[in-house]
Design a protein around this ligand. Structure first.
Ligand SMILES: Nc1ncnc2c1ncn2[C@@H]1O[C@H](COP(=O)(O)OP(=O)(O)OP(=O)(O)O)[C@@H](O)[C@H]1O
Ligand SMILES: [Mg+2]
Length: 194
């Protein structure tokens, strides 16, 4: 099974989401978990090199061909981190996904980029958004959630803005982060038709 983390927009929380989903998958007993890094910037790869996660293996696959092969070859559970902008690589990954997690931020400007990502997802493939670095209790977040609900886009998670999560490979994974992302993973694994 392949869970692909994608948004054509940069800096929304894809890599953070991919790493936390991989750690959550290990906790769920899905080992061995493969983290496929399809981004030439290799942020997931650098993260895991700086701070390996027990039970998570890494494969760098920064092209259409390598990401397709990585996703088709393994027999277990994989999370795929994708690049911003490189639409062909994103498409290659999303087309082969069993579920697509789309990280986004609260705020109006995000909508069109999410829609551009959703449009790449094959009709039978479940997807959901994760609102990253969310300021809980703000009007902005409330309006964003209401907007997505009105658009009938499933919200698989709301991840609060936290220093411990922002520290990336500089710090240990945050317990709160793993718990929120475990919920996202549970939804992604449910594979229910939309
Ligand atoms: N829940 C959170 N709380 C605070 N900061 C966060 C949270 N999630 C992500 N961030 C921060 O947001 C920034 C962008 O995150 P990340 O690198 O995961 O995004 P990305 O979509 O992979 O970026 P790129 O498009 O460059 O690959 C990072 O500085 C990260 O630490
Ligand atoms: Mg990234």
């Amino acid at each position: 099974m392949n869970v692909v983390v994608s948004n054509v927009k940069g800096g929304v929380g894809k890599t953070t989401t991919a790493v936390y989903l991989a750690a959550s998958a290990v906790e769920r007993g899905l080992q061995p978990v493969l983290l496929v890094d399809a981004d030439r910037q290799a942020s997931s790869a650098e993260w895991l090199e700086a701070r390996p996660i027990e039970g998570v293996e890494l494969e760098e696959a920064p092209s259409e061909r390598t990401v397709a092969r990585a996703m088709e070859r393994h027999e277990g559970f994989a999370v795929v981190d994708t690049p911003p902008g490189d639409e062909r690589v994103v498409r290659a990954a999303v087309e082969r996904a069993d579920a697509v997690v789309i990280p986004t931020r609260a705020g109006g400007i995000e909508f069109t980029r999410v829609v551009a990502t959703v449009e790449m997802v094959p009709p039978e493939t479940p997807y959901g958004i994760v609102i990253c670095a969310a300021r809980l209790g703000t009007n902005d977040l409330g309006q964003t959630i209401a907007w997505w609900e009105a658009e009938r886009v499933p919200i698989w998670g709301v991840v609060p803005e936290r220093v411990a999560i922002a520290s990336g490979p500089e710090g240990r994974l945050s317990r709160e982060g793993i718990e929120v992302y475990s919920d996202v993973l549970r939804r992604a694994l449910r594979r229910r038709p939309r």
